[in-house]
Design a binder for this molecule. Sequence first.
Ligand code: MLT
Length: 202
Amino acid sequence: MNLTHRFIPATQESARVLLLLHGTGGNENDLIPLGRDLDPSAALLSLRGNVLENGMPRFFRRLAEGVFDEEDVIRRANELADFLRQLALEYGFDPSQLTAVGYSNGANIAAAVLVLRPGTIRSAILFRSMVPLVPAVMPDLKGTRVLMLSGTHDPIVPVENSERLAAMLEKAGADVTHRFEEAGHQLVFGEIAAAKNWLSAA
Ligand code: MLT
């Protein structure tokens, strides 16, 4: 498996690698400015989803908006976890230094990797995420930090759904911070500053 991607090495002595995962219809260029803003010195690894929905890249198949093809979620999350190992060797970064930064569908695949392949990603910022699936076996996520940023009037992600994801990750032992913005599905200014603070507190 190979996903179209961009890797931008760290600009200074930083071991951190931000794994950037776009929303539906995006590509590997979309989140580069956000990543740079979140951490000016980290390496950036930005992937393009290889599932096409009417020509729009995504990270897994869905049957309808908010209704996911769970078999495909499992398959793609495992492929992504394996691909990250391969990329760590190729670019010479330490996989334990990855922080996933996902928006919408990108946040949902990051959440799927968290629960299906624990240990692959130990830190994640999830913008507008929802429950990707309920795993058959609850993972042990002790030592994993997650920041969730959700919108109070997001038409795609009901508040109750993002709360369920936060509860699931917490129950698995992750250290979860869940912040709500007065916002819809689009990102708003204040949450970027909140994400920066959360990152620098690691
Ligand atoms: C998804 O399909 O992952 C969610 O509905 C969010 C989206 O990409 O629109």
